[in-house]
Write a protein that binds this ligand. Structure first.
Ligand SMILES: C[S@@+](CC[C@H](N)C(=O)[O-])C[C@H]1O[C@@H](n2cnc3c(N)ncnc32)[C@H](O)[C@@H]1O
Length: 207
């Protein structure tokens, strides 16, 4: 979409995952796909736009990352970021609580309390000294999910992934405990669907 919106621009698509890059599209998309880590990415020349959707929460040390991304911009360039910030909700709290149970603590207990995204004012502090404008906002999306243990199944593909990867053959047993513990927090409605509120933080900063 970005390449179509700015056909004259040189657009680079970055991700650590080869599978994700393959899914994103081939050379015909007009994008140069690069496998790499955002934490040490160098655009080579000042960027007109740095756009990061649902990815920066996987990168540690936002005190270093956000100033570096702002400084990668050309004058008038824009940093546009969306990150999940649902870490204090039952979906994520319960994940940590199950990880701290005696059966799991030695392998995934250290992952409890994972809060990779700070409150909005922390991002203002990182961006405002380097940018002419900083817009921040949060939106809670009331996602309508279907199926059994719909909230747990949704988290399985996101925040739960590192826990499940660490546990290998025991991932199924851990997930079953997590789904059972989460059930009372997200009961299905009369039509069988589950409303799953999910908070996301947005930042748009202009250099
Ligand atoms: C929820 S997906 C979002 C993918 C894509 N940005 C989108 O909007 O559809 C999160 C992505 O972040 C990637 N990722 C995680 N850590 C990363 C890092 N340090 N550098 C670059 N990409 C990373 C993952 O491989 C994954 O594809």
């Amino acid at each position: 979409m970005l390449a179509a919106r700015w056909p004259a621009a040189r657009v680079t698509g970055l991700d650590t995952s080869p599978e994700m890059l393959q899914r994103a599209g081939g050379a015909e998309s007009g994008v140069a796909w690069v496998q790499g880590d955002i934490a040490d990415w160098d655009p080579g020349e000042p960027a007109g736009l740095v756009f990061a959707n649902a990815s920066l929460h996987w990168v540690d040390d936002h005190d270093a990352l956000f100033p570096a991304l702002a400084e990668a911009l050309a004058p008038g360039g824009v940093l546009a970021v969306q990150m999940p910030r649902n870490f204090d909700e039952p979906s994520h709290r319960v994940l940590g609580e199950v990880a701290e149970r005696p059966r799991w603590a030695d392998r995934v207990g250290h992952r409890a309390g994972w809060r990779p995204v700070d409150p909005p004012d922390a991002y203002f502090g990182r961006l405002a000294p380097r940018c002419a404008t900083v817009d921040l906002w949060e939106t809670v999306y009331y996602q309508v999910l279907h199926g059994e243990d719909a909230a747990a199944e949704w988290v399985k593909g996101a925040a739960a992934r590192p826990f499940l990867d660490d546990l290998g053959d025991d991932a199924g047993a851990f997930f079953a405990e997590y789904a059972a513990a989460l059930r009372p927090h997200y009961p299905p409605g009369p039509d069988g669907s589950t409303l799953f509120p999910f908070r996301r933080l947005f930042a748009i900063a202009t250099r």
